[in-house]
Every structure is written in C-alpha cells, then in structure tokens.
Design a protein around this ligand. Structure first.
Ligand code: NAD
Length: 249
C-alpha cells in the first residue's frame, strides 16, 4: 500500500488510534496534517512523509477550515480524511433518563458534528484532487443497547455510520469513498480506566473471543487498508474490528 505523494488529514491525531494512524501514514510516505485539541504528542514519526500539527477544538468550524486549508497550503492537495475524534464520558454520559442535556449536546458535537464538518470541508479539496477516501471511527457500542449505558456516545456513534453512507452515496461520482470502522475494546488513552490494571484488562479480554484487548495498531491496520487503493471497490460500509465480540450471541 503506497501513500507516496498523497496528503491526509487525521482529526483526533493526538489520541491513541489517531496518532498510530498518522504515524503509519507518514511511514508509508503520505504527508499528514495532524489535528487535535491536545498539545502535540512527543512521538510523531519522522517520515518519510512530512507533517504539520494543528491544535484546536474541531467542533469549531473555523478550526476545521484552518486544518483543511493548512493541509492544502502546505502539501498541495488533500486525498484522505480520518476521523478518529471521540469522547467517552463514563461519569456524565449516562441513560437518557438521567442525562444532563448539555452533556448530550457536547458528546454529539464532538463525536458526530466534527466528522460531518471535516468531511464537508474536505470533499471540495478531494474533488480537486480527482478523488479520495475517508475513514470515520464509530464503535461496536453503536449496535446494541446497554443496561449501564452511555446513551449519547452510543447514539452519536450510530449516527456516524449513517453519515458515512450519505457521504459514500453522494460522493461516489467524484471517486470519493467513505467507510466506517467499529472498534471493540482498545487499550488507548480513552480507556485510561484499564491502564496499569491487569485484572481489569483480563476481565475485558475474557469477553473477547480472540482473547485479548485490541491495540491501536489493529485499528490503524484496518484504517490504512480502507484508505488504500486495495479497498477501491469498498464504500459506504462498516468494518468491525473487535476480536469477535459482536459475533457472539
Ligand atoms: N478505545 C476504545 O476502546 C474505542 C472503542 C470503540 C471506539 N473508539 C473510538 O475510536 C476513536 C479513537 O479512539 P481512541 O481510543 O484513540 O481515543 P483517544 O481518547 O485516545 O483519542 C481521541 C482524541 O480525540 C481528541 N478530541 C476530542 N475532542 C476533540 C475536539 N473537540 N477537537 C479536537 N480533538 C478532539 C482528543 O483530544 C483525543 O486525542 C474515537 O472515535 C473513539 O470513540 C474507541
């Protein structure tokens, strides 16, 4: 899979999966605009692709505009978009019977609106480049109810799937593909409750048929495949990367 001469915008590139994906794209020769609310991580790959890091709140349209414009100004084109932004607020994102609606709105802004706005601003640049590919991160939590729910998280992640299908259908004529990854449990900063707690990790792994937690590399490998020309006939679909969790009764 070659990404040489191509440019990617990775939104959420300060996080576990986003940074892994950005680093793999840089290693595969792509130029990458990394964007995240966090300050730049120390371990951005050396290349051979070139990179630029923009810190900002991507629920703000001005920050999205700046990210897309900077990618095009610095690297000349935009071919790929990865939406790896997300928030999981275990304490505050609860059942709709109890939720604070300000929490609901913020979760939807981060988990859904950012994906829609980055796509909206990226599509005209991808058209100019003659096509492109997008991967948006949903979650297996989009697929089922939960007795101890994060209802805003689950509903916003389900909406990401529908958003991606809309983009896939509207932009196929422009040779722009849009797909979604649904990760299962992955050890990343989002799941800091499992960090340094082998017993908690073992309890989660016991519910995974393949017997382990997912890694950010598992997700990055799936993402680079979907971005690449190896997936040139794949659009408007979902790839579940969960070690078999959702295959169980
Ligand atoms: N880790 C898991 O177990 C898991 C499981 C299923 C789905 N996911 C999804 O996969 C994606 C990547 O997750 P991760 O584990 O790498 O999480 P992470 O917390 O490590 O990374 C998410 C990144 O999004 C950034 N972000 C949040 N709000 C932002 C905003 N307003 N503007 C700009 N950046 C913002 C954060 O700063 C963070 O760096 C997310 O969409 C997440 O919901 C994760």
């Amino acid at each position: 899979m070659s990404f040489e001469g191509k440019t990617a915008l990775v939104a959420g590139a300060g996080g576990g999966m986003g940074l892994n994906i950005a680093n793999d794209l840089l290693a595969a020769g792509a130029n990458v605009l990394l964007a995240d609310a966090k300050s730049p991580p120390d371990d951005i790959a050396a290349g051979p692709g070139r990179h630029r890091y923009l810190q900002g709140d991507l629920t703000e349209e001005a920050a999205v505009e700046q990210a897309v414009a900077t990618a095009v100004a610095d690297f000349g084109r935009l071919d790929y978009l990865v939406n790896a932004i997300g928030v999981l607020w275990l304490e505050h994102d609860v059942s709709i019977l109890e939720i604070d609606w300000a929490v609901w709105d913020r979760v939807f802004a981060v988990n859904l609106k950012t994906h829609a706005m980055t796509s909206s601003h990226a599509i005209p640049e991808m058209r100019k480049a003659g096509g492109g590919a997008m991967v948006h991160f949903s979650s297996i939590d989009a697929l089922s109810g939960d007795p101890k729910p994060q209802d805003a998280y689950g509903a916003s992640k389900a909406a990401v799937i529908r958003l991606s299908k809309a983009i896939a259908v509207q932009c196929a004529k422009d040779r722009i593909r849009s797909n979604v990854i649904l990760p299962g449990p992955v050890l990343s900063p989002m799941q800091e409750r499992w960090q340094g707690r082998p017993e908690a990790q073992a309890a989660v792994a016991a519910r995974v048929p393949l017997g382990r937690l997912g890694t950010t590399q598992d997700q990055a490998d799936a993402c680079l495949f979907l971005l690449s020309d190896k997936a040139s006939f794949i659009t408007g679909t979902e790839l579940i990367v969960d070690g078999g969790v959702t295959a169980q009764p």
